[in-house]
Design a protein. Structure first.
Length: 429
């Protein structure tokens, strides 16, 4: 079988007829039997849905007709399970769900209840049946879809993957936390409630400081794992998918990192990807941090820890709710230009100023059975300046800089990345 995929499409306006990027990229994308993208916006018309009290960072919304423009690239699978799914509330989420559903795209990760959001979805191709399961580690708690009961309807939302973290400190630092907590009285309310029996006693090797819990360890570090409950739900979906399909794709939207560089996937993301493949998934497609991350071949299965952006149009929002203005000391009497200028410190900081966010690749991989046999990447760059009709839209580019960037980060994962004379990047493992 053959597959292609891209990362985040933060698309806020129509793509004009004749845009050359489609002619450059669509033939490469259409080589895949399954062709995936992440839709990182909501689809609803002005005034159709009220904004949430929170957003994924920017309140993202565009006209539903944009989906038709996206389809010109040749995609046939998607997910909008990401941190922007509820930027315009339940109405905005359900309107997006309805529009994507009507388009014929196979989509997963968002539903009218948790069972629907968590379920694998299937694409029929002449070379086999492909399952898609989508999860998301970046979401406001109210975005998580709810379970259905015999008497209470489920809650619309996303198939979330909660992260459980603990902060480990050496014994002397743990004692310092206890001392400072006692001096400031930050835990007094919790201590009274605990004495009344409403909160469990703290274990001897733990300390509390307000909402933070610390546990004794050999060194100072944060240890994170995926929720056992959520992982079990994903594994159940994979088991169903492996029975029903020939090939299983996992989409994961995850911003978290390890160390000090945004390019480094979090430890729990590596653990999650490996576990998915161990129980039957065949490829993991990561997106979320808006830049490329390493590629790993694990048990003959590709893991793309992030494919970055495929469209980036954060400066093209037409309007914003009052909460967004207030966050930056403004009111809705200000223009969107004034709002974005204030947030970006006069357009000098943020994703739209960082060239890394505008460089990506389109992977094309082939399999025999479920074993990966080849992996080729097309280098792509989005426009950072010039004609506003093309800002943030993808075009094929010279791959030398992207290949060097990827090669360095892939080396620790034993993936060899080399630019070939045909302008494509070939991967070996």
């Amino acid at each position: 079988m053959k597959f292609t995929a891209v990362g985040d499409m933060i698309i806020q306006k129509r793509i004009y007829d004749g845009f050359e990027g489609i002619a450059e990229l669509a033939p490469f994308i259409k080589q895949g039997d399954a062709r995936f993208f992440n839709l990182e916006t909501t689809l609803n018309r002005e005034g159709e849905a009220c904004a949430s009290q929170f957003s994924g960072g920017t309140y993202l919304r565009t006209d539903p007709a944009v989906l038709g423009d996206i389809l010109r690239f040749g995609f046939n699978m998607t997910s909008f399970n990401n941190n922007h799914a509820l930027d315009f509330g339940y109405r905005g989420l359900l309107r997006t769900w309805e529009t994507v559903n009507a388009s014929g795209l196979v989509h997963a990760g968002v539903g009218r209840n948790l069972a629907e959001a968590a379920a694998p979805r299937f694409l029929e191709t002449k070379n086999g049946r492909v399952a898609l399961i989508s999860v998301n580690t970046n979401f406001n708690p109210s975005m998580l879809a709810g379970e259905q009961t015999p008497r209470v309807p489920g809650r619309p939302g996303v198939n979330g993957l909660r992260i459980e973290s603990r902060i480990e400190l050496p014994k002397k630092d743990l004692e310092a936390i206890r001392r400072i907590a006692k001096e400031t009285g930050i835990n007094v309310g919790a201590e009274i409630t605990r004495k009344e029996g409403y909160i469990a006693e703290l274990p001897e090797n733990e300390a509390e400081f307000g909402d933070y819990r610390f546990v004794e360890g050999e060194c100072s570090r944060v240890v994170s794992h995926v929720s056992a409950t959520d992982m079990a739900r994903v594994e159940k979906a994979i088991a169903e998918a492996t029975f029903q399909a020939d090939y299983v794709l996992i989409s994961i939207h995850s911003h978290q990192l390890s160390g000090t560089a945004k390019e480094n996937p979090s430890d729990f993301l590596i653990e999650f990807a490996h576990r998915c493949i161990d129980v039957g998934a065949n490829a993991v497609i990561g997106h979320g941090p808006h830049l490329l991350r390493p590629i790993e071949i694990y048990r003959d299965c590709p893991i793309f820890y992030s494919l970055g952006d495929f469209t980036l149009q954060l400066y093209d929002i037409e309007f914003a709710p009052e909460e967004f203005y207030a966050k930056f000391g403004l009111t809705s009497a200000s223009t969107v230009w004034e709002l974005l200028k204030k947030r970006s410190k006069n357009f000098t900081v943020g994703l739209m100023t960082d060239p890394r966010m505008f460089r990506t690749v389109i992977p094309f991989w082939q399999t025999e059975g479920k074993r990966l046999t080849s992996l080729t990447l097309m280098p792509v760059e989005m426009k950072m300046d010039g004609n506003r009709s093309e800002l943030g839209l993808p075009r094929r580019t010279d791959g030398e800089e992207i290949a060097a960037y990827l090669a360095e980060m892939c080396r620790p994962f034993n993936t060899d990345v080399r630019l070939q004379s045909d302008g494509l990047i070939h991967c070996a493992w």
